[in-house]
Design a protein around this ligand. Structure first.
Ligand SMILES: [Zn+2]
Length: 430
């Protein structure tokens, strides 16, 4: 069984607790000293870093939300001076308040090591050729894969999200052995191969690593049968590292979380109560090694459960179950986060006020599709067909431009959908 760093990956749990406690104490000291936001919220509960005596004391601290991160845009949550930051990434600018994530030199080293650990656990070696078919932009994911693969000594082809036919040509001609993409992009490549009459058996592809959007076991089975490769799941957090937070080992019964860098809790999203291992709830992450942009009890919005049982692979770090849903109204489509509020604001801009609408998400034709259903009401009157058509066209144009791909817009009669369900996600992940 290959380990990148066996002494860490198979560490004794008691020893791991000590590593976590020391990392947490150092992190709390750093944020208390350098970040106004944390100093303020700690003072509000009369807490100083010295009060943390055991890992259990972490529960006393308040949660950190995405809103908190947005409010401190761009640099107010940095725990080091900007001159110590060597890399800046952002979350999607589709959020009204984007988040800037800084990395020190040590953060970059840790991120690279974690990604190398992730890829190595999946079977990547220095002999591999990785095709990274994720967009190299302000988002961190593709850069993380590139650094981790190069750390192992593998070759990297940074293809970004180019046309499927080009991807397939490179895959065949450059002898790609590992594909890294979103799961829906992998299916588009499978279709391109069929159209180009390229037999996946004739390629030397041996592994696919997929993330950035939710995907379930049925999709895994489809990718594996159409591309003739095992498909592995990886989990990253834009606000921390992507990838490098949790990943599947060959046993594929959950994703090992890098507990020497992160402390995971699962909470009841409604009450904030910490749930026992095995219970499903919202994943809360605390970073214990990050220097530039530490997170203390960050509410990820992702729904999962923690499994502390030993894994057959020998790794001792806990596993989180695959993530298919969220506890907030953020939808992840084509690797991009979208909220109904954002769409509502676009509609209000066009119409003067936001009409009642519902967003329906489907996955077909190898891609996520978004349907915007807008209710016709007396207040929102459209007695003229021409006006209706123009409105639909305007909404279609504005939302499509905002997202960067074509959406479907329909006017529907009152009573067509339940007003309490603003989002109807029809994608099936299990
Ligand atoms: Zn394992």
């Amino acid at each position: 069984m290959p380990f990148w760093k066996q002494e860490i990956e198979c560490i004794d749990r008691e020893e791991l607790s000590q590593v976590q406690l020391e990392g947490l104490q150092a992190t709390l000291n750093r944020v208390y000293k350098n970040v106004r936001h944390f100093r303020k919220i700690f003072r509000e509960i009369d807490f100083v870093p010295e009060d943390l005596r055991s890992l259990d004391d972490l529960k006393r601290l308040p949660f950190l939300t995405r809103k908190d991160l947005g409010k401190n845009y761009p640099y107010d949550l940095f725990a080091v001076p900007l001159r110590e930051v060597v890399r800046l990434h952002t979350t999607s600018f589709n959020f009204d308040e984007p988040i800037v994530i800084g990395f020190t030199r040590n953060d970059m080293i840790n991120w690279t090591e974690l990604t190398a650990r992730n890829l190595f656990a999946m079977g990547v070696t220095k002999d591999d050729v990785l095709q990274v078919a994720l967009n190299f932009g302000s988002m961190s994911g593709p850069f993380g894969f590139q650094a981790g693969a190069e750390r192992i000594g593998a070759s990297v082809i940074p293809m970004s999200g180019g046309k499927p036919a080009e991807q397939v040509k490179v895959m065949r001609d450059f002898k790609t052995t590992v594909l890294i993409s979103t799961p829906t992009a992998a299916l588009r490549l499978a279709r391109a191969m069929e159209e180009m009459d390229v037999d996946p058996h004739a390629l030397v592809l041996k592994l696919g690593v997929f993330g950035s959007e939710p995907w379930g076991e049925s999709m895994r089975a489809e990718i594996e049968s159409r591309l003739h490769i095992p498909a592995a799941d990886t989990y990253g957090l834009t606000e921390a590292f992507v990838p490098g937070v949790a990943w599947e080992c060959p046993a594929k019964n959950g994703l090992h979380l890098a507990e020497d860098h992160f402390i995971a809790e699962v909470i009841d999203p409604a009450t904030g109560d910490v749930l026992p291992p095995g219970s499903e709830g919202e994943l809360v992450i605390t970073t214990i090694s990050k220097e530039a942009f530490p997170l203390i009890r960050f509410k990820t919005g992702d729904i999962t459960k923690i499994d502390e049982a030993p894994c057959s692979c020998g790794r001792t770090h806990c596993r989180i179950s695959r993530i298919f849903s969220r506890c907030d109204d953020v939808m992840i489509l084509r690797g991009v986060s979208i909220t109904p509020d954002q769409i509502g604001r676009i509609l209000a801009r066009i119409n003067g006020s936001a009409p009642v609408f519902q967003l329906v998400v489907e996955r077909n034709d190898d891609a996520d599709q978004l349907f915007v259903r807008i209710e016709i009401s007396d207040r929102f009157f459209f007695d003229e067909m021409k006006k209706q058509r123009r409105f639909v066209e305007e909404v279609h144009k504005a939302v499509s431009e905002f997202l960067g791909w074509e959406v479907n817009v329909r006017l529907v009669e009152s009573g067509t959908f339940d007003h309490n369900k603003q989002v109807l996600d029809m994608r099936r992940f299990v």
